[in-house]
Ligand binder design. Sequence first.
Ligand SMILES: Cc1cc2nc3c(=O)[nH]c(=O)nc-3n(C[C@H](O)[C@H](O)[C@H](O)COP(=O)(O)OP(=O)(O)OC[C@H]3O[C@@H](n4cnc5c(N)ncnc54)[C@H](O)[C@@H]3O)c2cc1C
Length: 548
Amino acid sequence: MDEKDSIISSSSSTTTGTTSSAIIDPMAGLNGIKNYTFKNWAGIFSCKPQLFFQPSNIDEVTKIILNAYKEGKTFTVIGSGHSPSDLCCANPNGWLVNLDKLNRVLDFKVYDGGNYADITVEAGLRVYKLNEILGAKGYTIQNLGSISEQSVAGITATGTHGSSAFHGLVSSQYVNLTIINGKGELIYLDSETNQDVFRAALLSLGKIGVIVKATIRAIPKYKIKSTQEVIHFETLLEKWDDIWTSSEFIRCWWYPYTRKCVLWRGNKTTEQVHEVTRKSWWGTKFGRIFYECLLWISVKIYPGITPFVESFVFNRQYGAVETFGNGDVAIQDSIDGLNMDCLFSQFVDEWGCPLLNGPEVLRSLDHSIQQAASNKEFYVHVPIEVRCSNTTLPPHQLDYSHRTSTSKGAVYGNILRPYLDATPRDLQYAEHVTNNQLTLYINATIYRPFGANTPIHKWFTLFEHTMGAAGGKPHWAKNFLGDVSMLPKGVKPKEKYLDYEMRGMASEIIKWYGEDLIKWQQIRKQQDPNGVFLANKDWCIRNGILEI
Ligand SMILES: Cc1cc2nc3c(=O)[nH]c(=O)nc-3n(C[C@H](O)[C@H](O)[C@H](O)COP(=O)(O)OP(=O)(O)OC[C@H]3O[C@@H](n4cnc5c(N)ncnc54)[C@H](O)[C@@H]3O)c2cc1C
């Protein structure tokens, strides 16, 4: 079995889980596994639920929910466990439910003379499998994040995004969802049927219902012709107004200690696939181990060498010469172009703010990073990812009949904003895309070389203050920290926190989401009156998504 295929194997350690014995649990009447330890992808967070379930059909999911409902039990449903935070953990008396075995294709229909197609799948299917299945039919997912390991349910549940001024959250490609709510009821959701619940479930954090099926809108398979340029940090800021809409897909990796960035821009093309000399130094066995060793030394022995390590690695990977306007060109299958090598286990704190605030934010972060290094206060790892998306939505579905194989932009699966969409609310849709519509994402990555925890608290706290002041909000899945001063009234902070432990952001989250959060909470309560999905209640309280 491919390691990516399942988060559990029968007897030994796997990507994210270990188990020792399978039992028939009398209460559930289902195969619940005891002594299962879940670990998220980064290996930072783990938990040992009372029972672990991997149902293989909808009836089994319903049974688990009904048993939990009846017995006053709680559980967390997980996909591939790629969320960096402790979002997926369950309390020791709670259960964990994983849908890896719900991975069938249920339907496939082509529309508009082949301009798009809707594929209905069971929601535990991994995205890389979906890519293969669609590819065999001549179609592909429209836009993706940096990886394809996630599950179809998980990728929508936290607001996963790629990087494009012409596409929004991955959830905007979802035409419908079928959930089983906390009462065991199977409910179909789309833009017309149960619209409010659909808006809540599109970004649900697993708290509205177990998503068992989803229909995703795909487009004909495409290739991406990309250029990759090494540019100066100042060039990025000077060209800010023009860069983001210059290509359909775009991302920028910022290396503060070298004062350089790598700018990757791509468009759909009909040209033949042609990989160029874009060799990856850290893609080789030697480069990768050497890089991780250097990081380990900088984390465990001498933090002061971090800027030198990062500059050395940058030069090995990209070279020292600036290539703005003259980058290397590659033509790749869309998935290969959009996904990337994320290297090592890592902490990530990603926030989205209006793109117009970008230059000011980046200058401020740059100043803080340089200052911190000269004061030996903290060091950052690289790259800091700078990306964008366009989560503004048209007032009605668009006419897709004139699309060609290289047309830019989304064929929307739905045009509803999820209640918990973390991107700025007041950006307005316009047919002609401009920077005014865009969300800027900045992703601060800190590696854990060979699993060693690098201190993050000082850097992430500063980062969060800067992003918050720029109108930003955190990505729900990531390692945002917050502060004990943001805990809800009546919630006592812990006496001691680990450096990387999330304190919580309740007061800010309540302020930021306002009426939308209240609506989401109401729907949550209706769909899950007994709190079956609250096996990680602590996470929910510290972040204000539950009333206490
Ligand atoms: C290396 C790496 C790269 C990443 N790149 C990006 C990126 O480019 N852009 C981006 O936005 N994010 C990115 N992420 C974050 C990732 O896309 C999200 O965390 C995503 O939610 C993970 O999907 P998953 O299937 O692993 O879900 P999990 O992490 O297992 O679960 C995430 C949430 O989904 C809920 N859930 C899972 N299954 C179901 C279900 N069947 N029904 C209801 N709820 C469910 C869970 O309860 C939980 O709240 C990245 C993460 C990693 C580790």
